[in-house]
Design a protein around this ligand. Structure first.
Ligand SMILES: *Cc1c(COP(=O)(O)O)cnc(C)c1O
Length: 385
């Protein structure tokens, strides 16, 4: 064996994978500490819950620790019962995943493949193209609303409808969307569901639903499950429940679709600690309420302060804000990193003038604002509002 003739692995890979852009996660704190030598880091890059996990969930993880030699419950029995009761649906309508990203993947593996198309919007969540292309299907990107729309850069449902062809099998909708934070009017969404061909599976990704309920016009999609059997709603324990590190999410759908997704699922995709923690987190309604209240207060405060700095902030129904800092967003991001503040650049989402910042605690948000003001004093930031 020599190194003279490298094996052309890239050519050997399936075309969908060969041309994928790797998913860019938020920079981990340990990495920033290693690379920049900074301490006292504030991470506002991955839309995690600033209050942390529910203490009841932490305790539940401790309780399963002694049984880690056992495989998890493959059918997630207790979690399934708890989630079914929470939503008032039948247990057969649920599919659990290793995070809701896993569930998005299951939809792609069950309904997409070569010669089939998935439609999603420009600036939509990065996992949709990954799930679509890895199974050899074509990603059809519908243009988003323009910058002057009431939901700037948000999903344009009419454009998405127009993008549907005879080969479309899945439509992915994020409501609210990440990274823009924009959301859809409930009536418009209902009208969209009425007009989508019945054979097209509509995935409504509601990762941030709890943060969105107070936003004008926002409706939670579970109300349409009975009426539209082609509707699949995805939810996660990563955001409001603060369990991103454990990886657990689920889909609500009609039993027929759930059955298909469960066939495509790997048998033990949700680990034992995640199942136990999720049951406890779901029951801790106090923690959910506190998390929603903190986000509501701090999201408004942060938006106001950013606007006062002359920056344009997209309307957000999530636990994050997308803020326009101008042409030198890379330099702004770099300055924030040096100050120990991690946010998320969103150039990869087609928004190169913006940064996405997670709404943190009051103290974390202050740290971010102070670092941003310093970057502004250094002339890195444009007036964008
Ligand atoms: C964070 C997020 C998710 C959640 O992903 P998990 O795999 O459940 O952690 C799903 N959809 C969107 C749009 C998100 O931003």
């Amino acid at each position: 064996m020599t190194m003279d003739s490298p094996i052309p692995f890239r050519d050997l890979a399936v075309p969908g994978v060969r041309d994928l852009q790797p998913y860019q996660p938020g920079k981990p704190e340990a990495e920033l500490a290693r690379e920049y030598g900074v301490t006292d880091i504030v991470k506002l890059a991955s839309n995690e819950n600033p209050l942390g996990p529910s203490p009841a969930a932490v305790e539940a993880v401790g309780r399963v620790a002694a049984d880690l030699h056992r495989y998890p419950e493959g059918g997630a029995h207790d979690l399934r019962a708890a989630v079914a009761a929470h939503h008032g649906v039948a247990p057969e309508q649920l599919t659990f995943g290793n995070g809701s990203n896993d569930v998005l993947d299951l939809v792609a593996r069950a309904f997409l493949g070569p010669g089939r198309e998935a439609v999603f919007a420009e600036h939509a969540f990065a996992v949709y193209p990954i799930a679509t292309r890895t199974v050899g299907a074509d990603a059809v990107v519908a243009p988003a609303h323009g910058p002057e729309h009431a939901q700037p850069h948000g999903h344009d449902l009419e454009a998405m409808l127009a993008a549907i062809t005879g080969s479309t099998r899945v439509v992915f909708i994020a409501n609210p969307n990440n990274p823009t934070g924009t959301w859809l009017d409930g009536d418009a969404l209902e009208s969209f569901l009425e007009r989508v061909p019945r054979e097209v599976v509509v995935v409504l990704d509601e990762a941030y639903v709890d943060y969105a309920l107070d936003c004008p016009g926002y409706l939670d999609g579970t109300r349409w499950l009975e009426r539209f059997p082609n509707l699949v709603i995805t939810r996660t324990f990563s955001k409001i429940h603060g369990l991103a590190g454990l990886r657990v999410g689920y889909a609500l759908s009609c039993p027929e679709i759930a059955d298909l997704l469960n066939r495509a699922r790997h048998p033990f995709n949700v680990n034992a600690a995640a199942q136990a923690a999720a049951v406890a987190a779901l029951a801790d309604t106090d923690h959910v309420r506190r998390s929603v209240a903190l986000n509501r207060e701090q999201r408004a405060h942060l938006a106001e302060r950013l606007a006062a700095l002359g920056l344009r902030v997209l309307p957000s129904a999530g636990n994050f804000l997308c803020v326009e800092v101008g042409q030198r967003s890379d330099a702004v991001n770099e300055a924030l990193l040096r100050a120990g503040v991690i946010v998320r650049p969103v150039g990869g989402y087609g928004l190169p003038r913006f940064l996405r910042v997670t709404v943190g605690t009051a103290a974390e948000n202050e740290r971010f604002l102070a670092a941003l003001e310093a970057a502004r004093s250094d002339g890195l930031i444009e007036r964008t509002a």
